[in-house]
Design a protein around this ligand. Structure first.
Ligand SMILES: Nc1ncnc2c1ncn2[C@@H]1O[C@H](COP(=O)(O)OP(=O)(O)O)[C@@H](O)[C@H]1O
Ligand SMILES: [Mg+2]
Length: 253
């Protein structure tokens, strides 16, 4: 049978064991995500969003249950195989950017291609193109400290994209940014989905960020409490842009 689901989870459980207490972080999580979908995972702090991202992204294993990425069951893969799968299939974007502080924007974006064994000429060309695509063609040799938060996050997005991953996982990508920079990052993620048909999974606790997606999966205490379609995605974009403009004009202070 042909498998149309890019991500499939069934009865996922994650229990963190601390000394003598067990912390259940994911409880009976089951859902599927199709290729090309744009999905937000929402929920309050501590509801299990990052844990779920780590499990989907093969950075961590569930305590029990099934997780398939691209039809492949990842629970029984070894560390090397998981690292390969991550490098090829998944592009990560984190709240704190996670860039190498001493490396230029260009070198940061080249890094996943170094691991993937891409030659230097090809690597540099692709990294430049990726940085141009996120509006940073004029910042190739800047280091993270010489860039604004929004620019650093755009470098991280370029880095997430260079190996042409099947899935982009973004964990609170706007969490450390002001509204305007956040809106710019969201515009890029939206374009990746709308124009390039990429699969994007976004974690956020802000409604107007979440509603940029087509679908919202809501978590509470490690459980899915809602899984719904966003009725009017365009509206979220308009609201976020409006808030950014008001913030810039100091209408809130
Ligand atoms: N490495 C860990 N060790 C122990 N407990 C953890 C660990 N990571 C997360 N938790 C716990 O699991 C629950 C879910 O955390 P997390 O997935 O980070 O939530 P969120 O991203 O929604 O804020 C929380 O109760 C948290 O304290
Ligand atoms: Mg988190």
């Amino acid at each position: 049978m042909i498998n149309f689901m890019l991500i499939e989870t069934r009865d996922l459980q994650k229990i963190y064991k601390m000394e003598d207490v067990e912390v259940p972080a994911l409880r009976n999580i089951s859902f599927s995500i199709k290729k090309g979908e744009f999905v937000s995972i929402m929920g309050p702090s501590g509801s299990g969003k990052s844990t779920l991202m780590h499990v989907i992204g093969c950075l961590d294993k569930p305590t029990s249950g099934v997780i398939k990425v691209g039809g492949q069951d990842t629970v029984n893969l070894g560390e090397n195989e998981l690292a390969k799968l991550r490098n090829k299939k998944i592009g990560f974007v984190f709240q704190s950017f996670n860039l190498l502080p001493r490396a230029t924007a260009l070198a940061n974006v080249e890094l996943p291609m170094v691991y993937a064994g891409v030659g230097i000429k090809e690597r540099t060309k692709k990294a430049k193109e990726a940085l141009e695509a996120v509006g940073l063609g004029g910042r190739l040799y800047h280091r993270p400290t010489q860039l604004s938060g929004g620019q650093q996050q755009r470098v991280a997005i370029a880095r997430a994209l260079v190996n042409e991953p099947a899935i982009i996982l973004a964990d609170e990508p706007t969490g450390n940014l002001d509204t305007k920079a956040g809106a710019e990052v969201m515009a890029i993620l939206q374009k990746l989905h709308d124009d390039e048909k990429r699969t994007v999974i976004l974690v956020t606790h802000e409604l107007y960020v979440a509603e940029h997606a087509e679908r919202i999966i809501q978590l509470l205490d490690g459980k899915i409490v809602a899984d719904r379609i966003v009725p009017n995605r365009k509206k979220a974009r308009e609201i976020l842009t409006e808030i950014a403009e008001k913030e810039e004009n100091n209408e809130y202070s």
